[in-house]
Write a protein of this length. Structure first.
Length: 192
């Protein structure tokens, strides 16, 4: 069975969508670890509630970058991780991890990449930018991860119409629903 590590920085609703999909059998995989750069991430609580091992790995815990990298690589190796899923993770993975797991790391992004990707383009920043540009459509993308933010090959995209009365919050809510659908689908395709 495919073993997954999910990286989160916040609430972990995409992690929850994967937990549910693995639990109901629609994704034939097991989430072995949830890793966060934020000790207060609710995603870690979601994982802990269902018995998934949780780890807070950040510069707060490891002042030395080498120690952080060693700890991260050890967690991934100890759990024999096959696939890394970035699900609302706000940090760039170290190049050593990207190199080691190249082709086995995916990310969910709340925009139709390549638009509105890159450093600083996360959360409400993305939705504000879409509305400011007057785009008629937004959406979500699952893509392969390389050493640049939001840059790797696109696996799945789905769009939503931007409504005339949308706020960043209403647009974000509709995009998030799509994220919860396409992330498990992407992992399922990876399994197959």
């Amino acid at each position: 069975m495919l073993k997954i590590a999910v990286f989160v920085s916040g609430g972990g609703t995409n992690l929850q969508s994967l937990i549910d999909a693995c639990s109901d059998g629609s994704v034939d995989a097991r989430i072995e670890a949830a890793i966060s750069n934020n000790s207060g991430a609710y995603g870690l609580k979601r994982a802990s509630k269902v018995g998934i091992a949780t780890y807070h790995l950040s510069s707060v815990v490891f002042a030395d970058k080498g120690d952080y990298l060693d700890a991260l690589i050890k967690v991934l190796a100890d759990h024999k991780i096959d696939l890394i899923v970035l699900a609302g993770y706000m940090k760039l993975l170290p190049s050593e991890v990207v190199s080691e797991y190249y082709g086995r790391i995916i990310n969910i992004h709340p925009a139709l990449l390549p638009k509105y990707g890159g450093k600083g383009m996360y959360g409400m920043n993305v939705h504000r930018a879409v509305l400011k540009a007057g785009d008629r459509y937004s959406g979500a993308t699952v893509h392969m991860v390389d050493e640049k933010y939001d840059h790797g090959s696109i696996l799945i995209q789905r769009q939503v119409r931007v409504e005339p009365d949308d706020s960043p919050e209403t647009l974000a809510a509709r995009v998030l629903k799509i994220e919860h659908e396409i992330l498990p689908r992407a992992v399922s395709l990876f399994v197959k």
